[in-house]
Design a protein around this ligand. Structure first.
Ligand code: ATP
Ligand code: MG
Length: 427
């Protein structure tokens, strides 16, 4: 008999039809005359009932939580069953009988994090991972529609991108290398060949702080393109965000609903986004944080305060040069201000940083020296300004921060299957 997915049984009127499914036992309840099994596969759960008179009764009795099996029976509508259908089972074949599954006993947060490899089977993680895959598709759709080419940058690198404090070093044979903090500099190389490029790749940050928005390994959606300015950059980013959010609101309704995430918040994301300058942000924040002065970096609490006031995604742009990386382009008539922009969202604060990149060789050398970096390390980067330099912009958005906001997740660790933090790297 042909196997079907559980979702098909629930969605394609299978009333009265014989079906066969394959999956795992999620729950089991044993009555005198009936055993109730909740069986899951990758798509959904379905209630399966085994009567004492059924030839499957003896096998059903032996089943344990998380055992894998194939079963056959007749599908019928039952309003009391989760999903509205159940299967009245007459044949079960066990594929792998499970030992006593630990999660049924202990559900503390700490324990669940320790056994991530088993917790990933939970409905919650199943749904988050599906939305994550869809969001990646939506992002790629947008880049492609704007004629961007996907490229593959390296993860082993020889010089810091974002500066030393969050750099992971490693032994590369007998040399010292690092794990990349961003693929930006490599995308900058590729624009001279392909013009509009993007990548979706891991970035690594040795973040010691434990917050709801920091991982040590995260997936970074980065784009870079030539002949563009700050306005083009913000328009692209808000377009990307609106496309991703509206596509999710349209195609991931079920997942949002089951996860209890606020889909209207996401459906309402529309370009253009509000824009304020860093100077305006400081003015706004002064009442809440009187110590804050022009030149200070915005902390999480500041960003959150601003973002909660807006209640939707928005941009803060034109930051002080002194708190920005060496590659940020500055205004020629205002060198203390850098062409840098952050997108912020409620509760999380920053979810992307972008900007115009310094395209003048001498200015770039000056900035590298000012920041105490080694010019030699960036010789190849300076070559890009020596040979046919062009004005260009780019940005990086953290995929997990985006998902944390979209799905109302409490902590960023639930936006990625195998979170890496200061304390967690198992399995
Ligand atoms: P923060 O100040 O919040 O630590 P950042 O300004 O150092 O972030 P950027 O270098 O601007 O981060 O990186 C671009 C984007 O990558 C950020 O806007 C964020 O979405 C994401 N990101 C950065 N660091 C992390 C991290 N440790 N974990 C998850 N995402 C991150
Ligand atoms: Mg940033």
């Amino acid at each position: 008999m042909a196997l079907v997915k559980v979702r098909e049984v629930l969605e394609e009127c299978c009333e009265g039809k014989r079906v066969s499914i394959r999956g795992w036992v999620y729950r089991k309840r044993e009555g005198k005359e009936m055993i109730f099994l909740l069986v899951r596969d990758s798509t959904a759960f379905i209630q399966c009932t085994v009567r004492r008179s059924s030839p499957a009764w003896n096998v059903a009795e032996r089943l344990t939580i998380e055992s894998s099996l194939t079963l056959e029976g007749v599908a019928k509508q039952d309003k009391r069953a989760p999903g509205g259908y159940e299967i009245s089972v007459d044949s079960i074949s066990i594929i792998g009988l499970a030992e006593v599954f630990p999660i049924a006993k202990d559900k503390s947060e700490e324990f669940i994090r320790d056994i991530r490899h088993l917790w990933l089977r939970s409905r919650r993680m199943n749904l988050v991972m599906k939305v994550r895959a869809d969001v990646l598709d939506f992002a790629r759709e947008y880049f492609k529609a704007q004629d961007f080419i996907e490229v593959s940058p390296p993860m082993f690198i020889s010089a810091a991108v974002e500066g030393g404090s969050t750099l992971f070093g490693l032994k590369y044979f007998d040399q010292d290398l690092y794990l990349t903090q961003s693929s930006q500099l490599y995308l900058e190389i590729l624009i001279y060949s392909l013009e509009n490029v993007y990548c979706i790749a891991p970035s690594f940050r040795a973040e010691k702080s434990r917050t709801i928005r920091h991982l040590t390994e995260y997936w970074h959606i980065e784009g870079e393109w030539p002949f563009a300015d700050m306005n083009d950059l913000m328009r692209f980013e808000e377009g990307l965000m609106a496309h991703v959010c509206q596509s999710a609101a349209d195609k991931c309704k079920k997942e949002f609903e089951e996860l209890g995430a606020d889909i209207t918040k996401v459906a309402q994301v529309r370009a253009p986004f509000p824009r304020i300058t860093y100077t305006e942000a400081i003015e706004k924040l002064k009442t809440k944080n009187p110590k804050l002065t022009w030149g200070d970096d915005l902390g999480y609490e500041d960003e959150k305060a601003l973002a909660d006031e807006f209640g939707k995604p928005f941009f803060v742009y034109d930051y002080p040069t002194a708190i920005k990386a060496f590659y940020c382009k500055t205004y020629r008539d205002k060198p203390e201000v850098a062409m840098s922009v952050d997108m912020m969202v409620p509760r999380i604060g920053e979810i992307s940083t972008g900007g115009a990149r310094e395209d003048d060789k001498d200015m770039l050398i000056k900035r590298i020296r000012e920041m105490g970096l080694n010019e030699k390390d960036y010789d190849w980067y300076l070559d890009l300004r020596r040979y046919g330099t062009v004005p260009h912009v780019g940005f990086g958005m953290g995929l997990e921060r985006l998902l944390t906001w979209m799905l109302d997740l409490e902590n960023i660790i639930d936006a990625i299957p195998f979170p890496r933090t200061t304390r967690r790297f198992y399995p």
